[in-house]
Design a binder for this molecule. Sequence first.
Ligand SMILES: O=C(O)c1cc(C(=O)O)c2c(n1)C(=O)C(=O)c1cc(C(=O)O)[nH]c1-2
Length: 275
Amino acid sequence: MMRVSRSAMTAWRSILQQTPNRQSFEHRLRAIGAERYHDKHPFHVMLHGGECSLTQVRAWVINRFYYQSRIPMKDAAFMSRSDNPDLRRAWRRRIEDHDGGIEEGGGIRRWLKLAEAVGLDPDYVASTKGVLAGTRFAVDAYLHFVREKPMLEAVASSLTEMFAPKIHSDRIAGLLKHYAFADDRALAYFRQRLNEAPEEVAFGLGYVLDHADTLEKQDAAASALTFKTDVLWSQLDTLYSAYVTPGRIPPGGWDGHEAVVAFSPDDDLPKGQRL
Ligand SMILES: O=C(O)c1cc(C(=O)O)c2c(n1)C(=O)C(=O)c1cc(C(=O)O)[nH]c1-2
């Protein structure tokens, strides 16, 4: 029988440990979403289950706009750091998705259609006045992360999008079922994301799996994705604290009345708590 020395065994074990397995790494990334993605946040459970008052829906639309508005800024920041034309070419459609062309607009304009549908002045929403400080802090942290961290981590932080199609489908179904304002025009943002996100995810995931070629890099990428789940969760925590129980709106936050321009059919419904 061939004898293997203890030192050879140790060397072999360490080689095995340092050789990252692509499949198990992808599994590890997906497990982060299964455990921490914001579909599980109580605010989303309320929103999709028809438990939010219209005021709470409006607060969400106002605050979430801040995230929308910063996404193309973070993508532009990302592109500005890359000297690789192939990477920039693949990435630039993200900016087009959100900004669109002059005539048709993109995701930002579609979000403002949602703002109109819930009876808010879209100019107010676009101004980002009334956005909670906690929302700004969380979203700005994402922007800084993508500006400053290694490219691998910057791409990995976008991978929460792997979990977004399910939340967008659940949201379309939930809003249509429970809220009179919800129609195709109001929900166009989410339907369009269902078309856009899969290609972005395929590219981002491929990039991360290719470039995380050591255990150390895999750990860094997993931490980046975890950080991003925190960014998303924190936005909903601050919203919940301000507009759900006990409804403590901090200084500077939308007061529940400003910029409400149109009576929405949902104003009539005796749903949940109203501010
Ligand atoms: O509705 C959602 O829950 C949700 C989540 C996320 C996400 O997981 O970051 C994005 C979006 N929507 C989205 O619409 C979007 O365009 C988007 C871009 C990104 C990103 O990090 O680059 N995330 C998301």
